[in-house]
Design a protein around this ligand. Sequence first.
Ligand SMILES: NC(=O)c1ccc[n+]([C@@H]2O[C@H](COP(=O)([O-])OP(=O)(O)OC[C@H]3O[C@@H](n4cnc5c(N)ncnc54)[C@H](O)[C@@H]3O)[C@@H](O)[C@H]2O)c1
Length: 309
Amino acid sequence: MRILVTGGAGFIASAIARAYLDLGHEVTILDDLSHGKRERVPAGARFLHMELLDPELEQVFAESAFDLVNHHAAHVSVRESVLDPEQDARVNVLGSLNIFRLAAAHRVPRVIYAASVAGYGEPQELPVTTEHPLRPMSPYGISKAAAEQYGFFYAQTAGLRFIALRYANVYGPNAEVEGEAGVVTIFVNKLSQGQAPTIFGDGEQTRDFVNVQDVVRANVLALEYQGSECFNISTCTEITVNQLFALMKELSGFPDEALYAPELPGEIRRIYLDNSKAKRLLGWHPTVALREGLAQVVQLAPKPIQSSH
Ligand SMILES: NC(=O)c1ccc[n+]([C@@H]2O[C@H](COP(=O)([O-])OP(=O)(O)OC[C@H]3O[C@@H](n4cnc5c(N)ncnc54)[C@H](O)[C@@H]3O)[C@@H](O)[C@H]2O)c1
């Protein structure tokens, strides 16, 4: 297949692009490197250093005859989305809309979209199924959910098949601090420097941490899915931040306890996502246990620079 991967210089989509290349697909990566890194673009991929709203994209779509677009490029910081919601919406809403519009206009048969747990907001019921209302609590959550709706609009009106993969908190080696599993990266950065991380609130807030390798597998399985659908890509396991810290403390041999600071406003208290639809329709299930995935994160964490004195 000829596949366009947007955001392929980033944490998640660079790993997806590598998996697609390994399967023999022809991969084009589009990334403006605003947050991604050029060295993450896998060898063998064509690289377009472009922005989602670049007018020249029309020509790229006209010439490339893509069989599938995998759209991961986004503004990913919840914190920055609160400070500058317009910039967040420009990238995540207008940028995504442009990609979906071009895909529809150039008869790309299928689009896979990286949707987010942030679209749900504070859950009314646990675990959260894909039927749960979308009541996002941040501009980032709003923009991610809005883009998903535009995708389904084109699925209804232009005949493209649209698959939204709503990720829980995706962690893995070298993930960014700003991502939805930023807490793992923040903890490992601190622990690898021998410093105690800070937990905001009582640490009993819960999250659903899904390993990036499992997210990649979902994107591989989605290549074969013939319908338009949204799926939760999650472990369906609730982990408290205190449990996460205890595991990482043990795996890194860190001797001290975490520090505690007042709760951050607007934080979701408990969330984990039902993944039964992905199991049933995509044949996907999570395979990497949290302990195993965190051990890899700890092992691959950058080591502090040793002083020569
Ligand atoms: N990390 C998570 O836990 C998580 C959870 C749910 C959903 N997601 C979604 O997965 C996707 C990838 O997230 P990630 O964690 O790999 O983030 P990332 O920042 O590592 O990757 C995003 C990439 O998009 C690129 N980009 C940003 N704006 C762009 C623009 N206007 N034009 C072109 N490229 C642009 C960045 O340079 C970066 O390489 C995002 O859509 C994010 O919303 C991530």
